[in-house]
Design a binder for this molecule. Sequence first.
Ligand code: FES
Length: 114
Amino acid sequence: MSTPQASYVRACVLGDLAEDTPKRVEVGGVPVAVVLTEGEVFAVHDICSHANVSLSEGEVEDCRIECWLHGSSFDLRTGKPSGLPATRPIPVYSVKIEGDGPGAAVLVSVTQES
Ligand code: FES
């Protein structure tokens, strides 16, 4: 049995990301919020699981991204919401960094949830 290969796509470069400021990108037609926080890069589905709101327009704090509309916030590591009104997690995607410094490529796989 073989596992499907994750296909990583270049989403941006590290220098495009400001700490705690989400960046919206599209990876294979999927909206993704890429976040640099606490020295790590995360990629999550950009649409809130409660309604059609772009999470990259919200704030990042304590490794969570907040939906500005009703205030649920989602853990960037697990996608789980902190509380109502959102009840379902958002997909969290695998990230790889290739290279060094601000020109390092941020690669995201939307076929592989982490
Ligand atoms: S739309 Fe995100 S919490 Fe309601």
